[in-house]
Design a protein around this ligand. Sequence first.
Ligand SMILES: C[S@@+](CC[C@H](N)C(=O)[O-])C[C@H]1O[C@@H](n2cnc3c(N)ncnc32)[C@H](O)[C@@H]1O
Length: 261
Amino acid sequence: MLKEGNIVRIIEISQRQSKAWIISLAQNAELSTHLGNILHNDCIGKNFGDILSLTKGKVIISRPSPRDYIRYFRLKTQILYEDDCAIACSLAGVGSGMYVGEAGTGSGALTTFLAHHVQPSGHVFSYDINTKYLTNAQKNLAKTDLSDYITFKLQDIRSPLEERELDAFFLDFSSPYEAIDNIAPVLNGGGHLVCFIPNWGQVEQTVAQIRQCPYFVHQETFEITRRNFIVNPDKGIMRPVFRDLVYSGILIHAIRVNPDK
Ligand SMILES: C[S@@+](CC[C@H](N)C(=O)[O-])C[C@H]1O[C@@H](n2cnc3c(N)ncnc32)[C@H](O)[C@@H]1O
């Protein structure tokens, strides 16, 4: 049953593009929308999946996913899109109870996916070199129910890190090849390194650096593509959208090994 302090996503029920809002439930608070006011008190005591009737329409009370949260974030940097975040987590097998690291924090998009997957007994250590971005990411994550699972750190990822025995590390900044040797002592044997790189020149440099490091074995390098469709059976429309995101970047995956003695 929903209580004060729970974070919920309210979605308009509509045949066309429906609107949605994320709110933290508070006694006597209300949100004004084009469908009428949503009274928080009407949500408290309800369950996820319940439908509320407003003066001009109906809405569903739903549980926000990481991708939903990110849509409400203030973005001050380029972010990792949900497709890349999901595959990055899958490459490293991120799951509940794992301890993982990332740099840079940026706007906190990947951080959100990582925290979602490691909760409630795991943790994310998130590094950024820039105070402004770190502060913004902290504010973004404060709008979710995930901030307890994250430690934000202001540090250059190319300088030695104090963490040890992490299960995975994710690098998303312009020169990941400069941090590879630094990440090796932080990871457990069998741990995963995942780098995200938009520019192809840095892909070559990063894979070369991974190959020369005795603590990593390169696994794969690839790009994810996605095609969004418009489907409207009433009008007989089913086709890819005309304008779409065509490229985000390249993922590189390596495994931490214990070199022969
Ligand atoms: C593209 S953004 C990361 C986006 C983030 N993955 C997200 O999904 O929101 C790159 C970030 O790396 C940070 N950065 C750049 N060089 C760094 C370094 N040497 N150490 C730590 N962070 C660094 C930048 O300040 C920036 O915030």
